[in-house]
Design a protein around this ligand. Structure first.
Ligand code: ATP
Ligand code: MG
Length: 569
């Protein structure tokens, strides 16, 4: 009992984010009758990216931690850009991260009726009017942050006329862009968003859920806070760019409130990552222009891309935990994410042998036709992962760059006259090699083995410095391996003045190796199965795999090669 108490006390000492502190204080004060209710509100106009994961972990995570609920609410107020495909993918990605909205799947479009009625209410109170000017003209009249705006010539319309026009807008009597409904607030407010913001516009495209029922659609600002209110959300957590919208959010809530309850909007910093872009619009451009192979291309920062690349939900959540939530805009180093991925995969994945650039080695004194099954442990970090048998024979493949004809000093791999250990098998010695006289390419290497050096049997006290991975040639599985590098070769591709982010695409972000040789156990790998290819990195079976031809994606190298490159400079 005592022990438990101490543990609880220790846990509560862990630093919490400013948002978590607000939630703790609110609960302590008994605000909202001690309820916590959050929501995650994606617009279904693209696939979720790792930035969204930051919001998801907070919205769902806080609710989970403090015994509350989190709604999934699709912010589907713009029928032009939204598609059902995106809705399905968003749900899949949230589940993949490990969160559950139970039966609370809502749509802003569920509230179109209520929002329309609320707009009518505002008109009746003299707090909204129909403006016949173009949106360009309205924008011009808004003034600047230091200059007040100019009143619209239509601001003085009578309630009757406004009601009539707004109803007719919704009946489809007017063209798109010919009229809007504006809230009447304050044209000289220092906050530009309060200068009679547009709250409804005419859109005649059918909506994926409400069809042709509506010809007017609420603006985001006129939907979001009200939806929070209708769903009795207590803490509406969003990114910093909405801070300036908060007075408007609160103004609409003020008009709606009938009791003490009101949702509270709190803003935090967005996740930005180096060497990538994090906006659905830009990601969509990459997909549409064929710069990547779809939303789930393993180079994309989308959750489905990371999943296909071999990232685990645990590593994404760990990374989000590490970076935390603040009010300061920053770009996070993508190596921190890769570090979290490595740490997670290190514990979870079996070590296997895969040769990416094969070079044939013939062991001349090993009986041809003989096959030995070598027992190799799957993960030295975790004994419970057991071991497997890997066949060994007189012809094997090693990595081409594990052999050098004229090695520099301290090259502990294979070279004429040198000895290396084949991991889990024998020590071999290089006796000779065959080189193509025209191309200069090494075609075969001839070695002898020492039977007294079999791994695990300790018959010989011989020690060598290098250990190589290998695959028996007759048992090898042919595979394609895709090596990914960063999609952009600039840390901040979308932040460069007068330069299009696409100028910074890394031309070497994908290398396809078609002649790889893998140990036979990998023949049964299923898409998304993950492995450590020894000495090479972490790899994940791709959904493009077929039974006769597996395809693997490199998730991440074993070490941060970029950090090395930078420190060498
Ligand atoms: P994008 O800028 O990529 O188009 P968005 O903000 O338009 O994103 P929404 O679908 O509206 O995308 O976002 C849903 C929620 O996810 C919002 O609450 C938003 O604040 C949050 N979110 C979006 N991008 C990020 C990010 N990079 N970091 C943290 N939260 C984000
Ligand atoms: Mg948005």
């Amino acid at each position: 009992m005592n022990g438990e108490k101490t543990k609880g006390a220790e846990e509560s000492k862990a630093p919490v984010s400013f948002i978590e502190q607000i939630i703790i204080d609110d609960l302590k004060e008994g605000k909202n009758n001690g309820r916590i209710h959050t929501r995650f509100p994606p617009e279904p106009n693209g696939y979720l990216h790792i930035g969204h994961a930051k919001a998801i972990c907070l919205d769902f995570g806080m609710a989970e931690k403090y015994g509350g609920k989190c709604n999934l609410r699709f912010d589907d107020t713009n029928p032009v850009k939204e598609e059902v495909e995106y809705i399905d993918s968003i749900k899949e990605d949230i589940r993949w991260l490990g969160f559950d909205w139970e039966n609370r799947e809502y749509y802003a479009s569920d509230y179109f009726g209520k929002l329309f009625d609320f707009a009518i209410d505002l008109i009746k109170k003299g707090l909204a009017y129909v403006d016949d000017q173009s949106s360009e003209l309205i924008a011009e009249q808004k003034g600047t942050p230091v200059q007040p705006g100019t009143e619209s010539p239509f601001a003085g319309r009578s309630v009757q006329e406004n009601l009539d026009l707004f109803h007719r807008m919704n009946k489809g009597e007017f063209e798109e862009g010919s009229r809007v409904l504006r809230a009447r607030i304050d044209m000289s407010s220092p906050n530009m968003h309060m200068r009679d913001p547009i709250i409804y516009r005419i859109i005649k495209s059918p909506h994926h859920r409400t069809g042709n029922k509506w010809n007017v659609y609420p603006m985001y600002d006129f939907a979001h806070g009200q939806c929070d209110y209708f769903e009795e959300i207590t803490h509406s957590l969003c990114t910093l760019e909405f801070e300036i919208h908060r007075p408007l959010y609160d103004w609409f809530i003020d008009q709606l409130m009938t009791s003490d309850y009101r949702p509270r909007q709190i803003e935090f910093n967005r996740l930005n990552l180096t060497y990538t872009v994090m906006s659905k619009r830009r990601l969509l451009e990459l997909v549409r222009d064929g710069k990547v192979n779809g939303w789930d291309d393993p180079r994309m920062p989308t959750l489905c891309g990371l999943r296909r690349r071999g990232y685990t939900p645990e590593s994404v959540r760990k990374f989000i935990d590490l970076i935390g939530y603040t009010k300061v805009e920053a770009i996070n180093d993508v190596s921190l994410l890769e570090h979290a991925v490595r740490n997670d995969l290190n514990l979870k994945t079996p070590r296997v042998f895969g040769v990416l650039n094969p070079l044939r080695v013939i062991i001349t004194n090993y009986p041809s036709g003989k096959v030995e099954e070598m027992e190799i442990i799957n993960n030295p970090e975790d004994e419970s992962m057991g071991s497997r048998m890997v066949p060994f024979s007189n012809e094997i493949y090693i990595e081409r760059d594990d052999f050098m004809e004229n090695p520099p000093r301290k090259f502990f791999r294979l070279a004429p006259g040198s000895e290396v250990r084949l991991k889990g098998a024998y020590i071999i010695r290089c006796e000779s090699f065959k080189k193509n006289p025209e191309s200069g390419i090494i075609e075969e290497v001839y070695c002898s083995y020492d039977p007294a050096t079999k791994s695990g049997e300790h018959l010989s006290g011989k020690k060598v410095k290098g250990t190589l991975h290998w695959v028996s040639a007759q048992h090898a599985i042919d595979a394609e391996v895709r090596i990914y590098d960063r999609l952009f070769n600039h840390e901040d591709p979308s932040g460069q003045k007068d330069r299009d982010f696409r100028e910074f695409l890394n031309p070497d972000s994908l290398k396809v190796l078609k002649n790889c040789k893998l140990e036979p156990s990998l023949g049964s790998a299923q898409p998304y199965d993950k492995f450590q290819f020894q000495r090479l990195g972490y790899f994940c079976a791709d959904p493009d795999s077929t039974p006769s031809r597996p395809v693997f994606n490199r998730t991440v190298s074993l070490r941060d090669t970029w950090a090395k490159m930078v420190s060498r400079k």
